[in-house]
Design a protein around this ligand. Structure first.
Ligand code: SAM
Length: 232
């Protein structure tokens, strides 16, 4: 992968960035996503935020190499601290991290979200954390995508401001992904469910402390919840 040829996963993230957006890509690593979008003419300005020095330097080098230093500002910063008010950022992308980390970045940076119209997240695991953050903080899910690349399954959850209610199943699997029920979606939840069943069986021989009983109940509940999806 490079900024000319994005991975299928980042290509899908890029597809949710609207024409003319001012983007802050948080956890940008090599800054492939903002470089690609500027080169494609989809956006004219972006911030690339990175908290770790190595990836930050790699983003700076890459942006310079592409001749984009005037339009892509790379900042060494934790989460949304990379965004300044005068940047005029209206779109944030946060891709390639766990859902809980993405949710914690959003939670810590709430003051930076006033003028943001769209947040594009690509959690590697546990997208539930992002949906929970969204409903608790006045954001709704406007789109979702699930895809498979190199034998890994990825989800994308796109948020805009607004109120919405989702039931428990929709929160876990995604309201839009649930409606679409793609082959990859079924594959993901079959894998998860099989893994839960495996853990449950292992816990049957692990004693009967309260903690284990609670864990077993939770697993049984999840297996039942997802069982409905896999049946139809
Ligand atoms: N976004 C790119 C992608 O999807 O291909 C890079 C993903 S990489 C696996 C995750 C990046 O997020 C790492 O470079 C890491 O240093 C950065 N990161 C993790 N926590 C961060 C935070 N709180 N603020 C900014 N960057 C962060």
């Amino acid at each position: 992968m490079n900024s000319e040829k994005l991975s299928k996963r980042l290509e899908a993230v890029a597809s949710f960035v609207e024409q003319g957006a001012i983007l802050a890509d948080i956890g940008s690593d090599h800054a492939y996503l903002p470089c690609n979008l500027v080169k494609a003419g989809k956006i004219s300005k972006a911030i690339a935020g990175e908290v770790v020095k190595g990836p930050y330097e790699s983003a700076v080098r890459n942006v310079r190499k592409k001749g984009l230093s005037d339009v892509i500002t790379v900042r060494l910063a934790n989460g949304l601290e990379a965004i300044q008010e005068f940047d005029g950022v209206d779109t944030i992308s946060i891709a390639g991290m766990g859902g809980p980390l993405i949710a914690s970045i959003l939670k810590s940076g709430m003051d930076k979200l006033q003028n943001v119209k769209r947040i594009i997240t690509q959690p590697n695991i546990h997208s539930l954390s992002i949906r929970e953050w969204a409903v608790q903080n006045g954001w709704k899910i406007i789109d979702e995508q699930i895809l498979k690349e190199d034998n890994k399954i990825y989800e994308i959850v796109v948020l805009e401001k607004g109120q919405a209610e989702y039931d428990e199943l929709e929160m876990v699997v995604g309201p839009i992904l649930l409606k679409q029920k793609s082959e990859v979606f079924i594959e993901k939840w079959k894998q998860e469910s099989d893994e839960w069943k495996r853990i449950l069986a292992a816990l049957d021989n692990a004693g009967d402390t309260n903690e284990i009983e609670e864990r077993k109940k939770q697993l049984q509940k999840n297996i039942e919840l997802i069982g409905g999806v896999l049946k139809h």
